[in-house]
Design a binder for this molecule. Structure first.
Ligand code: ADP
Length: 425
């Protein structure tokens, strides 16, 4: 099939394998002993490199649909194509090497170290020892875990969020074009979940895999999906479209029920910190001579600096007044930075951080937590107003189009009647 990409995927500039398209055709699953199908004749096209989120109520068949893509569950009927290849009949073990898979409980083997877990598939497909071990380091680095620190640990020695990161590293280790994720962040606390979601977005910017992601959380779907498939019972597709389109134009009552109240506020989940004005803030380093920091604060250009630690990570906010109390050391001066956001954080995350900060701003950090800039309340409020205004205009435009279409239909009906009258005359 043209334009769907080879199963082996194409390569990004960095040499990694990027996504292959997926076509599901009339896919049905009947479990033995169940009266009706769990998945009923589903057809769906997923483009190379896109993140598609399957969202729907519990029991609607999301997991079953997902697991048929790598044939962890064998379809009763229908066809699955990945890239150019019909994979419905191929050896499922071979297929799973091409399709990374990550699940809620991270699925790590408890008796294996982090490195052994990540090395599993590359080893299985016969990569050399050297290639496997450098890949393990690369993957740990990719998911934001220090290889030196985590390499030899066992899963039980990791937090839930770290286990999830290792799970993702393992799923990506053999560089598959397709990644399937089954509620991967369902079991971690909300803050960790936010961070893991941000990380996934960042990873995807680099990797351009084709990702199919299952969740029952619509906010998560909005945040992560290029497109969202809202599923009803038996995985029937109620709407398959971009988050914007679903929020502004839900297809029916089922979808609007799922979208829920506060659609305008949910729009905050659609905009990233990288899309708003990140501004530079006066900074100083902990190792800078105290006198320099004094001079900076006395220069009159600023009455506050952001103190960075030795890794250039935001550490403390220092105001001019704090220095009079400093007495030759910064140890007790200033206010510790309690929260930061990444460029991939949503405006909602940023707003939350800003609202809990006394001075109404939050530092933005890069991949290793290093300082990038700051966003403040004013920037965020301006963006929120713009978003809401856009929504309002879009809704008005939509109503206008509906009214025009109605008027056109009425006119056509009248002309039709007129024409009929004419011919009678
Ligand atoms: P979801 O992921 O949306 O919660 P599932 O795909 O897990 O839904 O399940 C869809 C339906 O299929 C449910 O009614 C569930 O009870 C049923 N089901 C799932 N797995 C099996 C199985 N192995 N045997 C029989 N029925 C199953």
């Amino acid at each position: 099939m043209a334009g769907i990409g080879a199963l082996s995927g194409t390569r990004t500039a960095s040499g990694a394998v990027s996504g292959a398209g997926i076509r599901l055709e009339n896919l049905t699953k009947r479990y033995a002993g169940s009266p009706g199908p769990a998945v009923d004749n589903v057809t769906m096209d997923i483009r190379p490199g896109e993140v598609v989120v399957l969202v729907g109520p519990s029991g609607c068949g999301k997991s079953t649909l997902l697991k048929m893509i790598n044939r962890l569950i064998e379809p009763t009927s229908g066809r699955i194509q990945i890239g150019e290849e019909d994979v419905t009949g191929i050896d499922p073990v071979k297929l799973r090497r091409k399709v990374g898979y990550s699940i809620q409980t991270s699925g790590l083997f408890p008796h294996m170290t982090v490195a052994q877990n990540i090395a599993l598939v590359p080893k299985m497909i016969g990569w050399s020892k050297g290639r496997v071990s450098s890949r393990v380091e690369e993957m740990l680095d990719l998911v934001g875990l220090d290889p030196g620190e985590f390499h030899g640990r066992y899963p039980r020695q990791l937090s839930g969020g770290q286990q999830q990161r290792v799970g993702v590293a393992r799923a990506l280790a053999a560089d598959p074009p397709v990644l399937l994720m089954d509620e991967p962040f369902g079991a971690v606390d909300p803050i960790t979940r936010d961070h893991l979601q941000d990380e996934l977005i960042r990873l995807q910017h680099e990797l351009h895999k084709t990702i199919v992601f299952v969740t029952h959380d619509f906010d998560e779907a909005i945040k992560l999906g290029d497109r969202i498939a809202v599923l009803r019972e038996r995985s029937l597709i109620a709407q398959f479209d971009t988050p914007e389109a679903i929020l502004t134009n839900p297809a029916d009552d089922f979808v609007s029920g799922f979208v829920g109240a506060g659609a305008a506020l949910k729009r905050l989940n659609l905009t990233r910190v990288r899309d708003v004005g990140i501004v530079d803030f006066p900074t100083a380093a902990v190792d800078d001579p105290l006198q320099e920091i004094f001079d900076l604060l006395r220069s009159g250009t600023t009455n506050e600096v952001l103190l960075l630690d030795r890794h250039r990570r935001p550490y403390k906010w220092l105001r001019r007044g704090d220095l009079t109390l400093a007495k030759g050391t910064l140890a007790r001066a200033g206010t510790l930075v309690h929260d930061t956001v990444t460029r991939d954080a949503t405006l909602r995350d940023a707003l939350e951080a800003v609202l809990t900060d006394n001075a109404g701003r939050v530092a933005v950090t890069g991949r290793r937590g290093e300082y990038i800039g700051v966003v403040d309340m004013e920037t965020l409020m301006n963006n929120v107003h713009e978003l809401l205004e856009e929504d309002r205009l879009e809704a008005m435009q939509h109503r206008h189009e509906l009214a025009e279409a109605r008027a056109r239909r009425t006119r056509q009906a009248q002309e039709g009647l007129g024409g009929a009258g004419g011919s009678l005359a």
